[in-house]
Write a protein that binds this ligand. Structure first.
Ligand SMILES: *[C@@H]1O[C@H](CO)[C@@H](O)[C@H](O)[C@H]1NC(C)=O
Ligand SMILES: *[C@@H]1O[C@H](CO)[C@@H](O)[C@H](O)[C@H]1NC(C)=O
Ligand SMILES: *[C@@H]1O[C@H](CO)[C@@H](O)[C@H](O)[C@H]1NC(C)=O
Ligand SMILES: *[C@@H]1O[C@H](CO)[C@@H](O)[C@H](O)[C@H]1NC(C)=O
Ligand SMILES: *[C@@H]1O[C@H](CO)[C@@H](O)[C@H](O)[C@H]1NC(C)=O
Ligand SMILES: *[C@@H]1O[C@H](CO)[C@@H](O)[C@H](O)[C@H]1NC(C)=O
Ligand SMILES: *[C@@H]1O[C@H](CO)[C@@H](O)[C@H](O)[C@H]1NC(C)=O
Length: 500
């Protein structure tokens, strides 16, 4: 039941739907792209006036579209942005336009989850009006079987934040993770932030990927069977690329700083084994497309942050969460990595929520997730040198006399002795099947290592160690291993054991 939205270019003079009063355009050193529709053959003059700069750009309308790239503008505002069309002698002025950093936020329901749904929602909503320079925009839910030039509809036009907008309709008005990310980032950057939210609950990565990207992973125009999609919107049926077409492609021509993403639950049971291809390839493809669409203004390697899946069902080892978490990192376990450069990951396995009124798949604590994303953005996107954003990750696991020593790449804070280390005991060194994995306990820990016990297994068959390899391993913020400051959990991992 897919609505095919075709935008006929009517040649009515206007900005494209993404431009509006109160918007944030990308600041210097990048140049903001501005475009819209008009009468073929007319000349459009785009002028900017405001505190620091007045500039005018003249451009021709070709095939119903005009487009210009502004000179770089430092952070701040407000500016007026006027476009005037020669043939009709008409002009349109956008007011209260700021320059700052714009971030795209996308994904499924945990991204769509609104500020009105988070823990301490009343307090968070009351803060909204204190951040008038963090501006929000949201694309409406639309699907299309062809790439759209402009958004078919806008859900939230560019606005200053208000409690009403942020606390609106459940799962569909504005994103809590996106908003909190912007708000926390603003506290560090202290200049305007533009948040462009385009997400849809229950959606698999294939819907957000171009056919070109899916093809690279051996997927062609698949229609996703209804019963393979768990989650909040089982009635929805997702063709490949329909959200790429309708909710991402129209945005390619703007200049952005980066993107954040919270998705993966809908792939725990659909093309799960391909997610280590589909997700990194989607990132590459978006980067290429935004770079081209902005005429090179959005960097080809723009920073991309994502949330590693939280939890869904206690004691479940079969629901695909552990595999998707691993595949979200292209099977490295951490980000950035060789395959996924300039990415950052917020680990969320330690914030389970069995009391969430929205179902345990939607933890109410989005503040910690957004805070961890911002640490990653500060380190990776903004190059702050002294921001730690990754929990401990093991560098080696060595079989000793009667224990296995696991060494981490940084100091650790071990807060539990027990739980969630398993050793693969396998004569033929294959560890695919869960019955090869035997639980062990932490017997000792030091500044950057833990010793775990050896299982009942011949030494020669001790093959690998894994950690947190289940849907829901820990109680709230009580996983066994954190960074030495106690803030960042070690993510789940699998590592070969060496003899030494
Ligand atoms: C175009 O608009 C300007 C300013 O409003 C006005 O002075 C001028 O007479 C108009 N010209 C035409 C041809 O309508
Ligand atoms: C919610 O508010 C309480 C009381 O102020 C605070 O202790 C807690 O940290 C808050 N939780 C989140 C996730 O912000
Ligand atoms: C669920 O899917 C239907 C059909 O596609 C759609 O109309 C509705 O908006 C979706 N609801 C949510 C919460 O995503
Ligand atoms: C992705 O994961 C699958 C299933 O675990 C594995 O067979 C495949 O080799 C992995 N591919 C990549 C590119 O890592
Ligand atoms: C947006 O970018 C795409 C990709 O480069 C390009 O094909 C398209 O013409 C651009 N649209 C506009 C309105 O400039
Ligand atoms: C999960 O396992 C623990 C320990 O065996 C048990 O106490 C708990 O009740 C289980 N939870 C569920 C939801 O089955
Ligand atoms: C980096 O952070 C550490 C720990 O917070 C602190 O001790 C150190 O002084 C900081 N170094 C710089 C250069 O800011």
């Amino acid at each position: 039941n897919i609505a095919n939205v075709h935008i006929a270019i009517s040649e009515v003079f206007r900005f494209s739907s993404y431009y509006g009063n109160h918007m944030v355009l990308q600041k210097a050193p990048a140049k903001a792209v501005v475009w819209g529709f008009g009468q073929t053959g007319a000349t459009v003059v785009v002028s900017l006036s405001g505190p620091h700069k007045v500039s005018a750009h003249s451009t021709a309308v070709i095939n119903g579209i005009w487009r210009t790239t502004l000179k770089p503008v430092e952070a701040g505002g407000p500016y007026k942005l006027t476009a005037s069309q020669s043939t009709t002698n008409s002009s349109i002025t956008l007011t209260d336009v700021l320059f700052g950093d714009t971030w795209l936020c996308s994904g499924q329901s945990n991204m769509a989850f609104t500020v009105g749904q988070v823990i301490n929602a009343t307090k968070e909503l009351a803060l909204a009006s204190k951040f008038p320079d963090v501006r929000i925009f949201q694309a409406a839910l639309e699907q299309s079987d062809e790439e759209l030039i402009d958004l078919a509809r806008v859900e939230v036009p560019w606005s200053q934040p208000t409690a009403e907008l942020l606390g609106g309709k459940k799962f569909s008005h504005f994103s809590a993770v996106c908003w909190l990310f912007g708000r926390y980032l603003y506290k560090t950057l202290k200049y305007p932030i533009g948040l462009v939210h385009s997400s849809w609950g229950g959606t698999p990565v294939e819907a957000w990927s171009s056919p070109r990207a899916l093809h690279k992973c051996g997927l062609v125009n698949s229609i996703l069977p209804v019963d393979t999609i768990m989650l909040e919107n089982a009635s929805a049926k997702w063709d490949s690329s329909v959200l790429w077409n309708a909710m991402i492609h129209p945005l390619l021509n703007m200049t952005i700083t980066g993107a954040i993403w919270y998705q993966g639950e809908a792939n725990t049971n659909y093309n799960r084994d391909k997610y280590n291809c589909t997700f990194p390839v989607m990132i590459d493809d978006w980067r290429m497309a935004f770079h081209e669409g902005s005429d090179g203004q959005t960097p080809l390697d723009f920073p991309f942050g994502f949330v590693q899946l939280s939890t869904c069902r206690e004691n479940d080892t079969q629901d695909g969460f552990r595999e998707i978490r691993w595949h979200q990192t292209a099977d490295y376990g951490y980000a950035p990595n060789e395959r996924m450069k300039n990415t950052f990951m917020a680990v969320a396995i330690d914030v389970p929520d069995d009391r969430s009124p929205w179902g345990s798949i939607h933890p109410e604590d989005k503040q910690d997730v957004a805070y961890r994303l911002v640490l990653g953005a500060r380190a990776v996107a903004y190059g702050e040198k002294n921001v730690s954003f990754q929990g401990p990750f093991p560098t080696r696991a060595m079989l000793k006399q009667d224990f296995i020593c696991i060494v981490f790449n940084q100091g650790i804070n071990a807060i539990a002795d027990d739980g969630f280390f398993e050793i693969c005991c396998s004569e033929d060194k294959t560890c695919e099947s869960d019955d090869k994995w035997l639980p062990v306990v932490i017997v000792k820990h030091g500044i950057n290592y833990v010793h775990v016990s050896t299982p009942k297994c011949p030494a020669a068959d001790i093959t690998a160690v894994r950690y947190l390899w289940t849907d829901w391993p820990c109680k709230f913020k009580a996983c066994p291993i954190y960074s030495s400051d106690g803030l960042l959990p070690a993510p789940p991992f699998i590592l070969a054991i060496t003899n030494q």
